[in-house]
Structures are given as structure tokens and as C-alpha cells.
Design a protein around this ligand. Structure first.
Ligand code: ATP
Ligand code: MG
Length: 219
């Protein structure tokens, strides 16, 4: 589903990713771990082709970093859900609008959008926050709204960059249990984290350890 072939992506030789070779299959749950500045976020950005390699090739399903066009990028992005440490909800829009906008962007039929948003908000237990703005939500609620938005488009892959970084331990564990459920239903999950407590909550996972721009071990 995603493969890296001898990928280098360095920023004027300061950090980035070097010599990355791996394949991630449908249904994998992969943790990326390693010290701050090791290259975890860069690896995720390469996967959704937010950055392209200086050398080597990233393949995501039928798309290759060697020849993906500006026109193809939105199609690739429709197969990817994303979660971030800082949630990235639109502050001036309510919960409903935040999730609905993702569906408009993915060209969902307008007639189906309301039902789809309602279904997702119920599934993630934030339906009672429908008209709330992000600043009126707790961190855990914000991340569940972000997850509703990410999953509404039925992505094949969920990329999560330290999604528990701003959550307390109890809420973090709830979030990772949700991610595991999502993974069990067939979506690949790739998540950067520093937190081994979180990693150990997932029964079956792969672990990539990253240090100084290189993947030093991968299971
Ligand atoms: N756009 C950029 N321009 C220049 N340097 C960059 C850029 N993006 C990342 N870097 C550098 O690449 C290195 C890896 O950054 P990255 O964000 O991937 O690390 P990380 O493992 O996600 O760290 P953290 O745990 O702190 O989030 C860092 O040294 C960073 O400064
Ligand atoms: Mg990072």
C-alpha cells in the first residue's frame, strides 16, 4: 500500500530522512518512535506527499512521488485521514461544519453530507457538541472531532502525528483504543509517538525506531 525505496529527504543536510526502505501493507498498525528531531513528522509528510524525496521513490497505491501531478494530489489525499497533535480544527467553525467541510473537499454529494456527519459524530460520541466551536471543547473532544473528520471520507490509511501529545494519559489511552478499533476494521494506521505506555495498549503493531534521520530498526 505504501512503499519507500531508498528515500532521502534532507533539508540542506540538516535532519530529514535518509535511506528509508520499507513497505506498509493494508491493515498494518505502525508506530514511529524516536527522539525529537529524528524525522518522524518528515516520514509522515513523505507518505502523503506533502514533501517529495530528493532521491528514491515513495509509492502510495497507484501514485509515485516520481511522477505524481498537482492534479493527482487531491485524489491521493482523499484516501488519507490525518490527525495532528494540535488538532487543526477551524476555530471559527462549529463541530458540524468542521467535519462537513472535509466531505465537501472530498466531493461528497451535498445531499449525503448531513447524514454522514451525524453518523460520524455519533460514532465518536461528540454528537451533543454539534454547534460548539473548538474552543468550547476539551482536548479529548477536539481530537475525537478531528478523528470524525479524518474518518468521514473512509480513508484507507490514517496518519497520526503525535495525536496524544496534548491529551492527558487517560484520554490518550481512550484515543489509542479507538485507533485500534479503526485499524481492526481494515484501515492502516501509522502513528508517531514518544509514549511507550500508548504503544503497549495496542495488541498487535509494527514499530519503526527512528534516530538521526534513519530507521534504525523496523519490525
Ligand atoms: N521544512 C524544513 N526545513 C528545514 N528543516 C526541516 C524541515 N522540516 C524538518 N526539518 C528538520 O528535520 C529534522 C526532523 O524533523 P521532524 O519534524 O521530522 O522531527 P520529529 O521526529 O517529528 O520531531 P518531534 O518529535 O520533535 O516532532 C529536524 O532537525 C528539523 O529541524
Ligand atoms: Mg514531529
Amino acid at each position: 500500500m505504501i512503499s519507500f525505496k531508498d528515500v532521502y529527504c534532507t533539508f540542506e543536510d540538516r535532519g530529514g530522512i535518509k535511506e528509508a526502505n520499507f513497505t506498509i501493507n493494508a491493515g498494518d498498525f505502525v508506530f514511529l518512535t524516536g527522539p525529537s528531531g529524528a524525522g518522524k513528522s518528515t516520514l509522515l509528510r513523505l507518505m502523503y506527499m506533502d514533501v517529495v524525496p530528493d532521491k528514491g521513490e515513495v509509492v502510495f497505491q497507484q501514485y509515485s512521488s516520481r511522477n505524481i501531478s498537482r492534479h493527482d494530489l487531491p485524489y491521493l489525499r482523499r484516501k488519507v485521514g490525518m490527525l495532528f497533535q494540535d488538532f487543526r480544527l477551524l476555530p471559527d467553525r462549529n463541530v458540524y461544519q468542521n467535519v462537513a467541510l472535509g466531505l465537501y473537499a472530498a466531493n461528497y454529494k451535498a445531499a449525503n453530507i448531513r447524514d454522514r456527519v451525524e453518523e460520524m459524530l455519533e460514532k465518536l460520541d461528540v454528537a451533543d457538541k454539534w454547534y460548539h466551536k473548538p474552543h468550547e471543547l476539551s482536548g479529548g473532544e477536539k481530537q475525537r472531532v478531528a478523528l470524525a473528520r479524518a474518518l468521514a471520507i473512509e480513508p484507507r490509511v490514517l496518519l497520526a502525528d503525535e495525536p496524544t501529545g496534548n491529551l492527558d494519559p487517560r484520554v490518550s489511552i481512550e484515543l489509542v483504543k479507538l485507533l485500534y478499533q479503526i485499524n481492526q476494521s481494515g484501515t492502516s494506521v501509522i502513528m508517531a509517538t514518544h509514549d511507550y505506555d500508548i504503544i503497549n495498549r495496542v495488541p498487535k503493531y509494527r514499530l519503526f525506531q527512528i534516530s538521526k534521520s534513519k530507521i534504525v530498526s523496523a519490525t
